[in-house]
Design a protein around this ligand. Structure first.
Ligand code: PMP
Length: 393
């Protein structure tokens, strides 16, 4: 049996970690994998997380099973944070999951539960969206979303595609900090999307993986709330990996919002049963940490403060990079307005390879850069190297 298995191509993004590590050049820059890094290039443990872990170590007296739906206090507190206090109180059910990827997987399996269904995904998107949805039995269709050359959102093209979608098709939306483009939607854009999604009877699946990195913890839920207000049924997949810097702890949740508490409860039951046959129960530690932070006013305030300082560092680097590049390539001014960790440069795969081998600048073939991988004092030098390629467009 094993002999006949195909050889899997390595995950190109994860492979960058090893390639970067093995490059001996001192001037190398890692703009690859999507983790926040500080000025020293470290992905640190947040202060509130460390304190919550200390408290848990002292207080925890059992490792007994929790159940497929995970930590119920965690999901309730997280719902309030991600959906807002008003929404979380109305007909919302949540199930804790192993990270945002686990949330997307359960969401996709719920969408595929009653038979074949199509999900619409913008181009470009996080590559694993298509992977997870396809593996869960959904039929993935794409619509235009972002043009790296002009650095603009293709809203009209997106709306036209969604207007051609069939009722009960699902549509994937990024809550904030679009991965990979960083392109932000204006309030009017969210309203336009909400109105097409509601009129066509589509089911939104909103991926919230970067709350706090765009407009702040409150601002980053506004678009999502516009969609929830317009749609009688919606799913929200949450990742705590970036917002709490809990990457390896695999912490997340899937929420169902509907116009009746009965419907949401039924969906919650199906999600829990899907969890049971996939991995039985989610890992506890990360959710306990998040619960401890969100349940304590002081710890929560410290988490918000630290998250805000991370957001401001990204904005500072964005502005510096945009100003270095935009003199020669005007479209690059958009980098300063974009949000979150990523921007998508209009580079060919060949140009990306030249930057990697020639200059020690590491990014995936798509041209996506992780802004957090940069220090302010590297921006000028990086800008010069990027301009050699960008100016050709
Ligand atoms: N959604 C998006 C848009 C992401 O970028 C990521 C992680 N890169 C995820 C979901 C999944 O995150 P997690 O590590 O929590 O599974």
């Amino acid at each position: 049996m094993l002999n006949d298995l195909p050889v899997q191509a390595e995950d190109a993004l994860l492979a960058l970690i090893g390639l970067y590590r093995d490059d001996p050049r001192k001037t190398k820059i890692d703009l690859g994998v999507g983790m926040y890094r500080d000025d020293l290039g470290k992905t640190v443990i947040m202060r509130a997380v460390k304190e919550a872990e200390r408290r848990l170590w002292e207080a925890q007296d059992s490792k007994a099973y929790v159940g497929p739906e995970g930590d119920l206090v965690f999901t309730e507190l997280l719902a309030r944070e991600v959906l807002g206090a008003g929404w979380s109180a109305t007909n919302v059910t949540g199930v804790q999951t192993p990270g945002g990827s686990g949330a997307l997987r359960l969401a996709a399996e719920l969408l595929a539960y009653q038979g074949p269904r199509t999900i619409w995904v913008g181009t470009p998107s996080w590559p694993n969206h298509k992977g997870i949805f396809g593996a869960s039995g959904l039929n993935v269709k794409t619509h235009p979303y972002f043009d790296p050359r002009t650095q603009t959102v293709l809203l009209e093209e997106m709306l036209a595609a969604l207007n051609g979608a069939s009722p009960c098709d699902a549509v994937l939306l990024h809550a904030s900090c679009h991965n990979p483009s960083g392109a932000a939607l204006a309030d009017d854009d969210w309203n336009a999307i909400a109105s097409v999604v509601a009129q066509r009877g589509l089911i939104p699946l909103i991926d919230s993986a970067y709350q706090g990195f765009g407009r702040g913890v409150d601002g980053d839920r506004e678009g999502l709330q516009t969609i929830l207000a317009a749609c009688p049924e919606a799913l929200v997949a949450v990742s705590c990996s970036k917002s709490f810097a809990l990457y390896r702890e695999r912490t997340g949740a899937i929420f169902v919002s509907s116009d009746s508490s009965d419907k949401s409860a039924k969906a919650g039951g199906v999600l829990a049963s899907l969890a049971r046959v996939n991995y039985s129960m989610p890992p506890a530690h990360g959710a306990e940490v998040v619960r401890t932070i969100l349940a304590d006013e002081e710890l929560r305030a410290d988490w918000v403060t630290e998250l805000e300082s991370m957001r401001l560092r990204l904005i500072q680097i964005r502005r510096a990079l945009a100003s270095t590049l935009s003199g020669r390539v005007p479209s690059m001014a958009a980098i300063a307005q974009q949000e979150g960790m990523f921007s998508l440069l209009p580079l060919s795969a060949e140009q990306v390879m030249t930057l990697r081998h020639g200059d020690g600048i590491y990014m995936p073939e798509s041209g996506r850069i992780n802004i957090a991988g940069l220090r302010l004092d590297q921006v000028d030098e990086l800008g010069g190297k990027l301009l050699r390629h960008l100016a050709q467009h």
